[in-house]
Design a protein around this ligand. Structure first.
Ligand SMILES: NC(=O)C1=CN([C@@H]2O[C@H](COP(=O)(O)OP(=O)(O)OC[C@H]3O[C@@H](n4cnc5c(N)ncnc54)[C@H](O)[C@@H]3O)[C@@H](O)[C@H]2O)C=CC1
Ligand SMILES: O=C(O)C(=O)Cc1ccc(O)cc1
Length: 310
């Protein structure tokens, strides 16, 4: 069995994701010591008030001294800056990972700074909410959710097994994927939905014929679902758009073509085309529910516990 216990874990960035990791690590006793570092003094103070770790510092370099595992949970555009700050302070043999929503760009930003002997393994938990900051995190966020690891050619098999076991201890199911493939898949399943949500809520907000109070008053579930996504952190999503540019533009081009098809079918009253598409998409939703990936279901995450038991 791979040991998932670490002597010292350094968490760089303590927002929704970093603080959820802190809560799980603490709950499960996966580290003798948790050190937390973040850029703003205010956030660091809040992390301390919430007792998310054992030690706190504004210096990422100081935080990683002697750490066996370093988890970087900052907006993807800040990856290079963090890599530069920590590189010369890492303990030989330490493992460095991240949780960023894009992978090729994070690798390009961080890998060149990693000294030899450091195990750098990028990762991405497919779990989160529209909220941000240390108060938004919670115990069990990763339970039953996928975590994708995107090893690089230098990745050592033993270190990879240890990181996989770490995420499994947090209740995740782990997949490995090529970084470029990850970026394409996430562009369609996560990045585009957020961009579409930002766009539709922006459009509604811009309509001169509809007042803001009507948008709020009549926001039935359809629009409401979009407003949740469109409330996501602006810094994080600006960075995702800028750092997964090519894959997002490719998917947006496909999306626009398909939207034109739908627009045409509506204009020409082609009900059969609309019916065929809506039937196909309904089946996708059913597959998601059957695969146990419907996070809104009351028993979501249960299968992860069932798997552990068996
Ligand atoms: N929010 C979500 O649902 C998910 C987010 N992610 C990824 O996780 C990462 C973190 O996201 P969240 O925790 O949601 O963000 P957040 O906004 O809640 O927290 C970000 C943290 O990074 C710190 N930070 C920002 N810039 C920094 C810098 N230059 N140097 C050091 N620290 C810095 C902030 O002080 C804060 O502690 C992002 O890369 C995001 O793409 C991954 C999965 C889900
Ligand atoms: O809140 C939601 O619906 C999300 O989609 C959360 C999320 C945001 C970004 C990621 O990289 C992964 C998950």
């Amino acid at each position: 069995m791979t040991d998932v216990h670490f002597d010292k874990i350094a968490l760089i960035g303590i927002g929704l994701i970093g603080s959820s990791i802190a809560r799980d690590v603490k709950d499960q006793g996966l580290a003798r010591e948790i050190v937390i570092s973040t850029r703003s003094a205010e956030t660091l103070k809040r992390a301390e008030e919430l007792a998310l770790g054992d030690n706190y510092t504004l210096s990422a370099a100081e935080a990683v001294e002697g750490a066996d595992l370093v988890v970087v949970s900052v907006p993807v555009g800040a990856s290079e800056s963090v890599a530069r700050q920590i590189a010369q302070h890492l303990k030989p043999g330490a493992m460095v990972t991240d949780v960023g929503s894009t992978k090729a760009s994070v690798i390009a930003q961080m890998a060149p700074h990693m000294p030899s002997g450091i195990h750098f393994i990028p990762g991405h938990p497919i779990a989160g909410t529209e909220k941000s900051g240390p108060d938004a995190g919670f115990l069990g966020l990763f339970k039953g959710r996928w975590c994708i690891l995107t090893p690089i050619p230098e990745t050592d098999a033993g270190a990879l097994a240890r990181l996989r076991a770490f995420w499994e201890a947090l209740g995740s199911r782990v997949d490995e994927m090529d970084p470029q493939h990850h970026d394409k898949v996430l562009a369609i399943v996560s990045h585009l939905p957020h961009i579409i949500a930002y766009n539709i809520v922006g459009t509604a907000d811009d309509l001169e014929t509809v007042t803001e109070s009507e948008v709020i008053k009549y926001s039935a579930s359809g629009f409401r679902d979009f407003t949740r996504l469109a409330a996501s952190d602006p810094t994080m999503w600006r960075d995702v758009c800028l750092h997964n540019r090519d894959a997002i533009l490719e998917m947006l081009a496909r999306f626009s073509e398909d939207l034109a098809y739908l627009q045409r079918a509506i204009r020409w009253g082609e009900g059969d085309k609309l019916f065929e598409l809506f039937t196909r998409t309904r089946a996708i939703r059913r597959s998601i529910v059957e695969a146990g990936q419907d996070v809104d279901a009351p028993d979501f995450g249960r299968h992860a516990l069932d798997e552990k038991k068996s």
